[in-house]
Design a protein around this ligand. Structure first.
Ligand code: SF4
Ligand code: SF4
Length: 83
């Protein structure tokens, strides 16, 4: 299963997650500062749950070990301030 934000006609930065390649490692879930992902308890794979909260920091795309996440510009929201 694919998630394509752009094809859904929205402007969200997180553009695709190829579920077939996801190993369920949870790295994207841990790395995302905006809490965009959940791990589906049935499939054990990552799910983009809150795409509108993505700030295009590219952490998920950079750290996914199997490269199944694609984040695009433009950044729709400002990056959060550091804690
Ligand atoms: S680009 Fe950043 S904010 Fe957006 S989903 Fe990935 S880790 Fe979260
Ligand atoms: S980092 Fe990649 S492989 Fe790991 S759970 Fe997220 S999408 Fe799946």
């Amino acid at each position: 299963m694919f998630y394509f934000g752009a094809r859904r006609g929205n402007t969200m930065a997180i553009d695709a997650l190829v579920e077939g390649r996801c190993t369920g490692c949870g790295i994207c879930f841990s790395a995302c500062p905006q809490d965009v992902f959940r791990l589906d308890p049935k499939t054990g794979k990552a799910v983009i749950t809150y795409p509108a909260d993505c700030v295009a920091c590219w952490s998920c795309e950079m750290f996914c070990p199997v490269h199944c996440i694609k984040v695009s510009e433009p950044r729709p929201r400002k990056l959060p301030a550091p804690y």
